[in-house]
Design a protein around this ligand. Sequence first.
Ligand code: TXA
Ligand code: MG
Length: 317
Amino acid sequence: MELISNPTSDEIKKAAKALKDGHLVAFPTETVYGLGADATNEKAVSRIYTVKGRPTDHPLIVHISSINLLDKWAVHIPKYAMKLAKEFWPGPMTLILKRNDLARDFITGGQDSVGLRVPDQSVALELLNEFEKLGGLGIAAPSANKFGAVSPTTAEAVEEELGNFLHRDDLILNGGQCAVGLESSIIDCTKDQPAILRPGAITYKMAEELVGGIQNKNSTQIRVSGQFKSHYSPKAIILLDKKPEPGDGFIAMANIQTPVGTIRLGSPSTVQEFAKILYNALRNGDKKNLQKIVVVLPTSNGLAEAIRDRLIKAAKE
Ligand code: TXA
Ligand code: MG
C-alpha cells in the first residue's frame, strides 16, 4: 500500500487506473474518508468487505462525478429526488433510489435500491472524473474504517486502521482533514415521500424547506449500518452528559470548563467544529488508552442532531 500526500493530477490519474485495474483506493471526501473500489467489479468490491470486516449483505454507496450519471444507476427517480440532487450535490447527501441493472446485488446487498452520492471534495471529484475517462461508472466506497468503528477523517487514521489489511497495489490518497467530519445524510427516495435515514450536514430543515413532506428517520426497514447497535464506536466507553471522574476523557463545547483531573480531548467553539473534530478526538482517547470518554452533547438543531445521533450509537453497548 502506498500513501500519497497532496496528490498531483498525475498521481490522481494513477489512482484512477488502480481502481480500474481492480485495486482499492482510499480517498478523502468532505464527510469522511472512503475505501473505494470500481462499483462494477465484483471481485474488487468483495475486497472492501474483507478489509473492513463488514457483513456482505450491507449495501455500499456508489460515488459519481455528477448528476449526469444518475440514470446509469437508478430508475424511477422521483421529482423531489431530482430537486434534492440539483440543490445539494456535490455535497454531504446520499440518495437511496430504485436501482438500475448496473447496481448489482454485490453493491446493494441484494436490495432493489442503490445509494448514490456526488462528494464535494476536489481530490474525490478529480478521482471520479479520471476514473470515468477510463470508462469507469462509479466508485463504491464505505467509510474507510473497520466495521462498527469510528470513521476516519484523516489519511493517517485510514492508514492506522486499515494499513495492515491493504495490498501492495492499493493506495491511500491524503487530501487533508475532512471539512464536515460526519458521514453524509442519507435520504430514502424510493417512496412517494422522502425519508431521512441518517442525519448529517444536509439537515432535515434544509431538505424539508426544499421539497416538504419529509418523513421521520428510522421509519423504514431498509438496512442502514448506522442503525445497528454500537456503531461509530471507539474502544473507550462513551458516556453522554455524565459527570466525569478524574482520568476520563472529556469533550465539550469550548465554553464548558474542563472538570478537574479529566483529559480534555476536544473543545470546539461551534457545532460545525464539533462535527469536524469529534472522530479524531475519540481516536485520540483510544491512543491514550482511556477507559471512558465523557461527551457533553450539543443541544441545538441542525448538524447537532447528527452529532447526537452518532454519539448515541457510539454509547450503545
Ligand atoms: O459520508 C459518507 O456517506 C461516507 C463517504 C465515504 O461517502 N460513506 C459512508 O459509507 O458513510 P458507509 O458504508 O460507512 O455508510 C453508508 C450507509 C450504510 O449504512 C449503508 O447501509 C447505507 O449507507 N446504504 C447504502 N446503500 C443503501 C441502500 N440501497 N439502502 C439503504 N441503505 C443503504
Ligand atoms: Mg461507515
